[in-house]
Design a protein around this ligand. Structure first.
Ligand SMILES: Nc1ncnc2c1ncn2[C@@H]1O[C@H](COP(=O)(O)OP(=O)(O)OP(=O)(O)O)[C@@H](O)[C@H]1O
Length: 278
């Protein structure tokens, strides 16, 4: 697969939420592409539809919400016509998700090793011994100390930053083609934010995975993204290469977003942002 090959292509995707009394459009005709080895950043204010767009790609929309129009292609394969079971199989194997709050993604009564081995057992053909070796290797790859010991630990014994890195290691071990990271750095302190950004960057270089990063943080976009989609009220108002977005934002909302974030203090990537924008 070549670097510029499209991994995920969403065209005119709409998501509607239907209740007994009314129908609300959460995502309106959004189109986006992400290529192999590239990072697409999705930015926009709270409630603008960033997560729902990605959940549509994952096949994980909340109850009552569904994709009502458009196409979602993963390596050219249409996902909207797959069954629930077929979509489930894609998650964890070809598509991996890194959640904002990793604590909620791990079962508190199971060890890290047990989570890892279950995922590898379901999504790869590795033997139990190979899976264990792979898990230990990939935990080391994301710079986690003492991976053997980690395999025996429980989620509550670890920090949010470590759990984020474990999720990245699981994505690495399953060779996911597409990784969706929803606010991967929001809950972390500055040091851990930097680690996560570095790991995501390394993964796309090492594996060629396509990565979508949902974020409020323009510093994260500046550091990581190749392409950016700006969302506003359920719509994608601008799609642009990262440099173009910062140098010559085309949409009024993007300009507003850049201005408001420039005047906002603090964030792990402030220095990056300053370097790029000021
Ligand atoms: N579980 C849910 N059930 C129904 N509607 C939802 C659910 N989660 C979000 N929504 C609605 O979908 C719309 C888009 O929300 P979404 O979570 O995609 O926004 P977002 O841009 O990701 O926001 P944030 O940055 O706060 O996560 C909003 O109107 C929101 O109220």
């Amino acid at each position: 697969m070549k670097r510029n090959q499209t991994v995920l292509s969403m065209t005119n995707i709409s998501v509607d939420l239907e209740t007994a009394t009314r129908k609300t459009r959460l995502v309106n005709k959004v189109s986006l592409n992400v290529n192999r080895g590239e990072v697409l950043g999705i930015i926009g204010e709270s409630g603008s539809g960033k997560t729902m767009t990605c959940m549509a790609a994952m096949g994980l929309l909340p109850r009552g919400a569904r994709v009502t129009e458009g196409s979602i292609l993963l390596d050219g394969e249409e996902l909207t016509s797959l069954s629930v079971e077929e979509r489930r199989k894609l998650r964890g194997s070809r598509i991996s998700m890194i959640m904002q709050n990793p604590m909620t993604c791990f079962n508190p009564v199971r060890t890290i090793g047990s989570h890892f081995l279950e995922t590898l057992g379901v999504h790869t053909n590795l033997t139990a011994k190979e899976a264990r070796e792979r898990a230990i290797h990939d935990l080391g790859q994301v710079n986690l100390p003492r991976p053997q010991e980690l395999m025996r630990q429980y989620p509550f014994e670890l920090s949010g930053g470590m759990l984020q890195r474990i999720m990245i290691a699981i994505a690495l071990a399953t060779n996911a083609e597409l990784i969706i990271a929803d606010e991967p750095t929001t809950a972390l302190d500055t040091g851990n934010q930097k680690h996560i950004l570095r790991e995501l960057n390394r993964i796309r270089e090492m594996t060629g995975a396509a990565i979508i990063v949902i974020t409020h943080d323009l510093g994260v976009i500046a550091e990581l993204a190749d392409q950016v989609t700006v969302m506003y009220r359920g719509e994608s108002v601008e799609n642009a290469p990262v440099k173009q977005l910062f140098d010559a934002p085309a949409h009024a909302y993007t300009r507003l977003l850049l201005q408001s974030r420039l005047s906002m203090p603090n964030s792990a990537s402030d220095e990056v942002r300053r370097g790029l924008i000021v």
